[in-house]
Design a protein around this ligand. Structure first.
Ligand SMILES: *Cc1c(COP(=O)(O)O)cnc(C)c1O
Length: 368
């Protein structure tokens, strides 16, 4: 008799989720909830306040839910938090900065493009120069394509001094990296309920500063069903302008409880750091080289590594996905776009015991 090996995802798509989230998936069908009915309101209220409370941002920010993935939150923030004539400086040093530029241009936003090589820290003298002729600035916090963190706190201080609006892509950093939205002067965040929060990738969140939300009521609409102000107005009353899946909202609720049980964002950060430290020490023992960029700390969610000489990403990925080690197989992740010839990525996200990563290091040693 053969036992199916357990697949461990070393990708940033979190697919092993907390047991309370899985419990919702198993039991929801017996007692579904009407999307705009009276039972929905308390759940929506609890989730919206739980999201900002988990971030310690409840005094100044509101969470607005949207059906979709992280990219939906990007489109919603870019299309809702700016007036159509505001000039947006896009600082991009990775694949998701490229996506911010692409989406902003598709929306017809006037943009100033500050492009850097992937992973390279922005030069703040240059940022200041460019920001002088912009009204707002957008940057990714957790640079998933290079597994590094961008200096949002510094950018926020500069934006504050210059009176500019800061939009942050927090899709891979929310709920797992330490973030102080108010201190960093962030006006709006593109979020995710999948990555750091460990719920399903079918509902997402945006986190918007209350004073900006009030102003947004006067902005022209540009993203028909992703308009944050319109959704917020309805969600405050326990509804949604379009159908939203109550099961997904309940899963986010369960994911928030699981996060709290882990000690909140600080606890989850510690869990991820412990994994990253174990893994990085193991990579170094195996002679693998971690990609590092000057002045850019590593993300706690994963590590980018150089593909060792004589190996290929495809060969390593095939071996790790098929060679069963202590009941587990592993799905790893290539690097993005122009980095994929030289690098690959190993993420340590989702619901796994630390032991799974010890086994992974053995599997990796065999694959090399
Ligand atoms: C994953 C990711 C996105 C895109 O999110 P999807 O859920 O794949 O749509 C955007 N920005 C960053 C930084 C990401 O890590």
């Amino acid at each position: 008799m053969s036992i199916t090996p357990k697949v461990v995802s070393l990708t940033p798509a979190v697919f092993h989720l907390p047991e309370p989230v899985n419990a919702v998936s198993r039991t929801y069908g017996a007692n579904p909830i009407v999307p705009r009915g009276p039972k929905f309101r308390p759940i929506l209220d609890r989730v919206r306040s739980g999201l900002v409370e988990a971030l310690g941002a409840e005094a100044d920010y509101e969470a607005v839910l949207m059906t979709g993935s992280g990219s939906t939150a990007m489109a919603a923030v870019l299309g809702s938090c700016l007036r159509k004539d505001e000039r947006l400086l896009v600082i991009r040093n990775g694949a998701y900065g490229d996506r911010i530029l692409e989406f902003a241009q598709a929306l017809g936003q006037p943009v100033i493009d500050y492009e850097l090589p992937y992973g390279v820290r922005p030069d703040f003298a240059r940022v200041e120069e460019l920001l002088a002729s912009a009204d707002a600035v957008a940057m990714v916090h957790g640079g998933t394509s290079t597994c590094t963190l961008n200096p949002v706190a510094e950018l926020g201080a500069l934006a504050k001094r210059m009176g500019k609006k800061l939009l942050m892509d927090g899709i891979s950093s929310l709920f797992v990296e330490p973030i102080d939205l108010a201190a960093w002067n962030v006006a709006a965040v593109m979020g995710s309920c999948n990555k750091g929060l460990h719920s399903h990738p079918n509902i997402t969140c945006t986190i918007v500063k209350k004073d900006l939300l009030d102003e947004m009521g006067r902005f022209a609409s540009r993203t028909p069903n992703l308009e944050i102000h319109k959704a917020w107005t309805k969600q405050k009353g326990g509804a949604h302008p379009y159908t939203i899946d109550p099961m997904s909202v309940l899963q986010v609720d369960a994911a928030l409880s699981a996060l709290q049980a882990e000690g909140g964002v600080a606890g989850r950060h510690a869990t991820y750091q412990a994994r990253a430290e174990l893994l990085r020490a193991g990579y170094e023992r195996l002679g693998l080289k971690i990609a590092r960029f000057e002045g850019q700390p590593l993300q706690s969610i994963g590590t980018m590594l150089e593909i060792p000489a004589g190996n290929s990403y495809e060969a390593m990925a095939d071996t790790l996905a098929s060679n069963v080690v202590e009941g587990r197989v592993f799905e790893i992740y290539s690097a993005q776009g122009k980095l994929s010839d030289r690098y690959f990525r190993l993420f340590n996200m989702g619901e796994y015991p630390l032991e799974a990563y010890e086994v992974f290091l053995k599997a990796l040693a065999q694959a090399l």
